[in-house]
Design a protein around this ligand. Sequence first.
Ligand code: GLP
Length: 256
Amino acid sequence: MEIIIQPTAEAATAIAARLMGKLIREKPAAVLGLATGSTPESLYGHLVGQKLDWSRITTFNLDEYVGISPQHPQSYHSFMWEKLFRHVNIAIKNVNIPDGLANNIPASCETYEKKIAAAGGIDIQLLGIGTNGHIGFNEQTSSLASRTRIKTLTPQTRKDNARFFGSEEAVPHHVITMGIGTILEARQCLLLAFGKKKARAIAEAVEGPISSMSPASALQQHPRVTLCIDEEAASELKLSEYYRWVYDNKPGWQKV
Ligand code: GLP
C-alpha cells in the first residue's frame, strides 16, 4: 500500500484528483469505480474543474440504498448526478449505479457484475471508509471474497449516515454493494479518509491483520492501493513517519 499523509483533507484530495485526472487523460475510455459519502465530494469538484473529456468514460458506483428511488435526495444516484455527472460530458448509458428498486435483487446484482466484466474491468476504484472499516457497504464480517449483493447495515453505519437522512429511523436497513472480491479485482484502488473518526479504521486496515472485522484490511492483498489521508486519519498509524519519508523521497518518475 502507498500511504500518502497530507496536512489537510484538501491537500490529500488534490493529490487524489491529480491521480484520477491523469488516468482519464491517459486512458480516455477508462472504467472508473466511484464512491459516495462526504469524503469524495471535494474530489468530484476538483475533477469537474479539470475540464476532462468524459465522453468515453464508463463508471460503476459501489453501492446504493435498497427501497429508495433514484430521485430520492439521499439516493446515491442523486448524489452522483448532483456532485459529478451533471457537470461533465459523460454519456448516460455509460453510468452504472446499483438499482435499489430492482424487483429481483440477486439477478440485478449478477447483471451488475457481468456489466463490469463486459466493460473490461475497473481501472481505478475510488473508496471511502466507514468508521467501522467498511468499504462500499461491506460491513464487518462480510466475506472477503464477496460479490455484488444485498447487505444489511449495522446500527453503527445507520447512526453514521443519519446526518444525511435527518434521523436514524429514516436510514434504510438494506443496501446493494459491490463485494470485497469485486473491489479487489479493480486494477488500482484509491482510498480517501479524513478526520479523527476514521483514525482507528485506517490503522486497522493498514497495519492490522487481514480480517473481516476490518473489511478494508482486505486491500492489503491488492497489489496497487493508494491511500490519500489527512493527519487526523493517520493519527493512529504506528509507521506514519516511515510513510511520510517514502512519499517525500519518491523517485521523480513515480511522482504524479
Ligand atoms: C458510506 C458509503 C461508503 C463510504 C462510507 C464513509 O456509508 N457506503 O462508500 O465510504 O460510508 O462515508 P463518509 O465519507 O461520509 O464518511
